[in-house]
Design a protein around this ligand. Sequence first.
Ligand code: DP6
Length: 399
Amino acid sequence: NFSSHSTMSIYQATTSAPVNIACIKYWGKRNESLILPTNSSLSVTLSQDNLRSTTTARADPSFAADCLWLNGKVDPIKPGGRLHTCISEMKRLRTAFEAANPDQPKIASFNVHICSFNNFPTAAGLASSASGFAALVYALAKLYALPQTPEELSLIARRGSGSACRSLFGGFVAWDMGSDDVTGLDSKARQVASESHWPEMEALICVVNDAKKGTSSTSGMQRTVVTSALLQHRIGYVVPSRMADIESAIADKRFGDFAEITMRDSNQFHAVALDTYPPIFYMNDVSRAIIAIITEYNRLSDQPKAAYTYDAGPNAVIYALTPNVREIAQLVLYYFPQAEKVIIGGQEVEAALPEGFNEAVAKRWEVGSVKGLIHTRVGDGPRVLSDSEALLNAQGIPK
Ligand code: DP6
């Protein structure tokens, strides 16, 4: 039929989503299949101008199967796996939407092609599952023209990777653990403050050289839940008050309190990893040297001016306010010389120590120990991109 062919519609959407770095760490599940956590958590969303996942999703009756390409390679969608869960949950929402809106095209049953790309190398050891699943869920939500809010979509991103639920919002984001163990419908992300609330908040990511392949978050936290007595203290007595305290520090923009809570929580997460049996080590000597340097830097003022935090790997993320970022970068450069120029605020950063700094807290490392610095800031939530940025070609195959 000539006319139906010439008016054939293309159902496609392209989105990007941000990375988030937790200040109060998620570590432990009370329900593995629903990905329900043992404690609430809170993160800062980083700017997509620097770090992002981009995803194009397309539905078409000619596609033989659902298919996903990640960074140019086919990523199998295993039945019952996390990708499969997210895609089928989104199709379920589209089916309900079509039932409620009979005028809408019937596309829920079409297979989808999804193409996703991270603009940062996996080798940098930066977690990409959070931004990746957030971009995937958001792309399908736009493709399907769904009415669901970011909070509702966070329920589905959570099924992909727990921390992904927090990447559905910009700014400062809590993941409330919830109490419904049957549906998990109250375990979702909530924006605590938007990206415009505290725009002076910046982050300096120190990409630390990592030779060995560490324990994955999923299996690491599983082992912690089973073996660590300290985790029970953390989830029962420590995290609840910390969540309340950091939310109020963010609301009032009290950086000193924000920083202390962030550093204490990173420390406790790594203590809980050490208390796991057999123990898990995510930080290395370079990570610990950065802790020593930031600790000495903070000693020089009455309130902390920098906050380190580490996830399930050796990279340091340092949170600081705009007026102090250059000084902190100079300090990092003094101990960790860089092969390439570091530019902040359009100006090259030179290695230097602040007045009164005790140089002996760490040795000066060789070039490459910190293999890169990424300077970024608090950023917005997922974005809808134009078709010119699509990752699929006219046939629905990766470009
Ligand atoms: C240390 O979200 O990667 O980064 O839910 O099993 O996919 P799964 O784990 P994941 O764990 C992240 C752990 C963390 C802390 C955090 O981001 O809160």
